[in-house]
Design a protein around this ligand. Structure first.
Ligand code: TMP
Ligand code: ASP
Length: 236
C-alpha cells in the first residue's frame, strides 16, 4: 500500500491517505512533547520502537478479543491502520497512583489501588485536554451512552491483558491512556498507540521508570528505557 496525501500531523505521528478509502498509513516520529506541547524534544529511535511495540501489543489484544485498528506493518516506522474517526475522549486507566492523579488528590506516587480507576479527558489541545465525565461527554455529543459503556468495557479488558503482558517481563503497568475510533460502519475499535509514550511502566523490583516520564521529568536515559522495554517485550 502506498502513501498518498498527508491528512494530519500530530505531536508524535503523521497520518497519510492511501489508495484504499478505508485505510490510512501512520508514520511515527522521534519528536517528543509534554505538558500540551510546551516541552519539546527528541527521543532518538522512539518512532520505530513505538510503532513496533504498538503493533505487537495490538496483535496480542486482537487475539484476545479486543477489536483494534491494526492492519499491517509496512516498515520500522510506518503501519497501515483502518481509517477511523477518533472519539475525542482520552481514556485513562490507573492501577497505581502517579502523575496527575497524585498531584490532584495530594497523595504520593506508588499507592497500589485495590481496583483500577478510569477517567476521561476531552481530547482538545486548545483546552488542555480537560477531565470530563460521562454526562458532559453525552451533553457535548462526543459519544453515545452505548459507545461510552463499550469503551469502558474494552478499556478494563485491555488493562487486564496489558498488565499480564507487562508482568511477564518484570514490569508493573502503573497507568496508561487509550484512544478509540469509529470505522465507516460505526464499529468502535482501539486506535492510536500503546507505547512508553502513553503508559507508565515501572520495573517491578527496582521501580525504575521505563517510560516517557524520563523525558517529562528530565531524568535522562529515555532512549535506553524505551529500548529496554522493547528488548524485554519483543527480544529486539
Ligand atoms: P497523567 O497522570 O499525566 O494524567 O497521565 C496518565 C497516563 O496517560 C500516563 O500513562 C501518560 C498518559 N498520557 C498520554 O498518553 N498523553 C497525555 O497527553 C497525557 C497527559 C498522559
Ligand atoms: N503528549 C502530551 C503533550 O505533548 C503530553 C504528555 O504525554 O505528557 O502535550
Amino acid at each position: 500500500m502506498n502513501k498518498c496525501d498527508q491528512l494530519y500531523e500530530g505531536k508524535a505521528k503523521k497520518v497519510y491517505a492511501t489508495e484504499d478509502p478505508n485505510c490510512v498509513i501512520v508514520s511515527y516520529k522521534d519528536d517528543a512533547t509534554a505538558f500540551n506541547g510546551l516541552k519539546k524534544g527528541t527521543i532518538t529511535g522512539k518512532g520505530a520502537i513505538n510503532n513496533k511495540m504498538t503493533n505487537h501489543l495490538m496483535k496480542r489484544l486482537e487475539a484476545n478479543g479486543i477489536p483494534t485498528h491494526f492492519v499491517e506493518q509496512l516498515n520500522d516506522r510506518e503501519t497501515v491502520v483502518k481509517k477511523v474517526s477518533i472519539v475525542p475522549l482520552e481514556v485513562i486507566i490507573r492501577n497505581i497512583s502517579a502523575g496527575s492523579f497524585a498531584k490532584r488528590y495530594g497523595v504520593e506516587e506508588g499507592i497500589v489501588f485495590a481496583a483500577p480507576t478510569i477517567e476521561f479527558s476531552y481530547k482538545d489541545d486548545d483546552l488542555g485536554d480537560p477531565l470530563i465525565n460521562d454526562s458532559h461527554a453525552l451533553a457535548l455529543g462526543l459519544a453515545t451512552q452505548a459507545e461510552i459503556d463499550l469503551i469502558k468495557r474494552y478499556a478494563f479488558a485491555v488493562n487486564d491483558l496489558l498488565k499480564a503482558f507487562m508482568k511477564e517481563i518484570g514490569i508493573d503497568l502503573v497507568d496508561f491512556k487509550l484512544e478509540f475510533g469509529k470505522t465507516a460502519d460505526g464499529t468502535i475499535v482501539l486506535a492510536d498507540e500503546i507505547s512508553p509514550d502513553t503508559c507508565r511502566l515501572w520495573d517491578e523490583t527496582t521501580h525504575e521508570k521505563l517510560d516517557k516520564d524520563r523525558f517529562r521529568r528530565d531524568l535522562g536515559g529515555a532512549e535506553e528505557a524505551y529500548e529496554e522495554v522493547m528488548r524485554r517485550l519483543m527480544g529486539e
